[in-house]
Structures are given as structure tokens and as C-alpha cells.
Design a protein around this ligand. Sequence first.
Ligand code: I3S
Length: 164
Amino acid sequence: STYVLDLNDKPSEKCGVLNVTKITENGKKVRKNWASSWTVLQGSSLLFAKGQGGTTSWSYYRSSSLPELLLSLLSSWKRSAKPRPAVSYVSSAKFGGNQSKPEFTVDLRGASVEWASKDKSSKKHVIELKTRQGTELLIQSEIDSVVSEWFRALSDAISTHAWE
Ligand code: I3S
């Protein structure tokens, strides 16, 4: 698990488990579907991999294969101008007998984050992320410090990549 902390030392490279739901997709409102997702921020990309069952994501976290997975993911992103098959690393990887399921990636260039207003969710510590493509996500954790760190990391990533 210390490997994960190493990655998290870099402001725009961060990973962890968050509760996530889309509320809008391509400008159209969609039904909320809160799910626990393994979340990776790398540069201007935010990737969500949904675990099967609530504990799957934590089993990655503890897995010794995680650093290799993330490093291959990160180096593949860095190598290719267009970050195309990054998700396949996640989809082909098995940890502790559980198979991960790639959900989606979000392009943070031109996106915005704010603290979600009360009418968006009854939950505490909710970030609202809006992409330029018209997708809106709510991102939440019961642990307020976790959400605060993500708020800062996402804001940093958005401003760093704003002019790309
Ligand atoms: O914004 P809403 O519609 O109150 O969101 C709640 C619903 O999505 C609810 O599921 P149903 O669609 O089966 O009613 C979820 O269980 C809730 O978690 C949602 O609200 P919160 O306040 O938790 O985001």
C-alpha cells in the first residue's frame, strides 16, 4: 500500500476509492447510480474502474500487483499522444480472484469542479465535476479529508491542463 502513497505524492497523479455517480451524460440528465469506484487521476484524465462487490476496490489497494498495474497504465498514457487503450490494462487485470470492470474515463481539460449544493445530493462531502463534453458527475466519500484532497487534486489538474 505504500506504493500507492508514492503515486499520491505527485499532485496530478492520485488514486483511491470514491463513491461516484453520473447525473448528466452528454448534456442529458441520467438517473443516479451511486457506486464505489477505484479512481485514478493521471494528468488530464480521470479513470473509474468499478469493482464487483463493495470490497473489490480495496483488494486492489492491498494487492502487490497494483503498483505494476498503475505504472504500466501511467507509462502507456505517457507514451501515446492519444491515451487509447489504458482501460484494457484494468479490464485484463485480476486481483485476488476479483475481476475489475472498467467504467469510463473523463477528460478534465476544460472541466470544472465545485462543492455540490444540497439539492444535488443529500450526502455529505460531495464534489460536482462538469466536463466540457456535458457530463456531470458527483464524487463523494464518507471521509471528508479524502474528498478535500480529491477536490484539490482535481482543481490542480484542471488548471494545469486548462490550455491544452
Ligand atoms: O437526487 P435523488 O433522485 O434524490 O437521488 C437519490 C436516488 O438516486 C436514490 O435512488 P432511487 O433512484 O432508487 O430513488 C438513491 O438511492 C439516493 O442515494 C439518491 O440520493 P443522494 O441524496 O444519496 O445522492
